[in-house]
Structure formats: structure tokens, C-alpha cells
Design a protein around this ligand. Sequence first.
Ligand SMILES: Nc1ncnc2c1ncn2[C@@H]1O[C@H](COP(=O)(O)OP(=O)(O)OP(=O)(O)O)[C@@H](O)[C@H]1O
Ligand SMILES: [Mg+2]
Length: 270
Amino acid sequence: MTSDVIAQFKNVVKEYHTKNGTTIALNGVNLDISRNEFICVVGPSGCGKSTMLNMLAGLFPPTSGQVLFEGKEVEGTSIERGVVFQQYALFPWLTVRKNIEFGLKQIRVIDSNGKKKGLDKKEIDTTVDKYLNLVQLEDFANSYPKQLSGGMKQRVAIARAYAVNPQILLLDEPFGALDAQTRTQLQSELIKTWEQEKKTCLFITHDIDEAVILASRIVIMSARPGRIKDIVNVDIPHPRDQSTKMTEEYQKIKNYVWGQVYEEYLEVRK
Ligand SMILES: Nc1ncnc2c1ncn2[C@@H]1O[C@H](COP(=O)(O)OP(=O)(O)OP(=O)(O)O)[C@@H](O)[C@H]1O
Ligand SMILES: [Mg+2]
């Protein structure tokens, strides 16, 4: 393994056993994720995208094969691997500021006496301010989630995930429940955030436009049992913004990915 690889799926098979029988969700997935790359995963519903992401998050192990992070088999969740789900998983009883603070309060550092301690309050406050600013929610720091719109809640979830500075961000259709305008706005913010502070991202989406504008590589999954059908390099230079969608290279990649994904949708409908 080269040092540039941060996470790996090696011949991963995942079966779910229920009283209605066995579902083979993934059947032989191999993928190397390089440090700081932005991978988007697309593919038909039920092809195992969330299953892949959840295994890297550490929610459950594969049935066979290996899911590795920094060369070690993933065991359980860790703040090194931040997760953003489709539905805003915020703590409803905490304000925006306290929601972002939450992860930071879990961090332990070694002090000069070799003892473990939490971060200073000042450091926590500065970090929270930085991410509130990044997602433009300074004015809502003391609001509760129920007082926010869907897009704002999702911005808090993203700020919270970024604030703890995880090694990798795992995003499962984070903008799936949003209207088109808010979605476009959050895509632009995510691009800017990634350009300012490169971070390894594994991002699942059904929206091919979203995949092409965000990704450095797009992983196309086949219909269930999920396998990797194709991997497309998105060599469109940064900085990118919504006008990038007008370029010829963008259109070319989009059309190619669309064709590949469409074949799999047809497969599901057979
Ligand atoms: N906990 C579970 N128990 C049983 N089967 C499951 C479970 N979770 C997922 N599955 C099955 O595994 C397959 C893959 O599910 P998964 O959620 O990974 O798909 P997905 O690609 O994320 O789909 P979508 O695009 O709809 O979110 C599906 O057939 C699903 O029914
Ligand atoms: Mg899913």
C-alpha cells in the first residue's frame, strides 16, 4: 500500500440475513481512496452505496474481505471518520453552537505532562466560530435545530463534521432532502470548503450533476449485488463553481456517467 492511500475496500462482500432471506448487498468491491481526494459514489437504489459508507464509518463489518483505514481494519466508529447523513442528525436539545462543539469536546490531546486532556475552552470557541463562519451561520449560533430550515440544519451537520478535523468525511446523500436552490448553494459551499481545506471525502449521491461538480473521481456501482462498474477521473481544474457546468469537459463527463448509470437503472427494472 502506498502512503497516499488512506482507505481501502479489499474484495468486500456484505450479506444481510433477515427472516425473509439473504440479501447480497455488495459482492467483491475493491477500491483505494487516496488522501485528499473527493470521491463520489453513484448507482441505482439498493446497490449497496450506504452499506459501503457505513462499513468505513465502522457501523458494522463486511461479511468477508476487508475495509481498511490507514492500513488497519476498521473496528467501530471513530472521530477520525466523520459522518454526515441525509437526515439532519443534530441534537435537538442543543443550540447550533453546542451541536458543533459536541464533537470537539470528545477530542483528547496529550499535555506537556503526558496526561490526556480536553481542548481548551478558548480553542473550542475559536474553532466553532471558524466553522460557523464557513457555513455562514454566525447569526444562528444560539438557535435550536427546530428553528432552522432544512438547508441550515444540513450546514450545521457539515460544520460539525468538519470542526473535529476528521481524516475522512463520509457523506451519505447529505443534500438529498433539500430543494434544488439550497442544494446548489450547499454544493458551492462544499466545493469552496474543500478548495480551502482539502480533506478526503466519500460522498454518495443520486445526482450526477452533483457528482461531477464535486468529485475528483466518480465511482459507478452496478445494480445489486453491488460491484464497482467503472471509475471516472474528473480532471476539471479547481476552482470550480456553478459556471463550470457550462464547460464542454463537464458535459462530456456528465454524459458518460449518465450513460453508465442509466444502464444499471435499466438492469434494476428488468
Ligand atoms: N439492515 C439491513 N438489513 C437487511 N437488508 C439491508 C439492510 N440494510 C440494507 N439492506 C439491503 O442491502 C441492499 C443495499 O442497501 P443500501 O442501503 O446499501 O443501498 P443504497 O445503494 O444506499 O440505496 P439507496 O440509493 O436507496 O440509498 C438493499 O437491497 C437493502 O435492502
Ligand atoms: Mg443509501
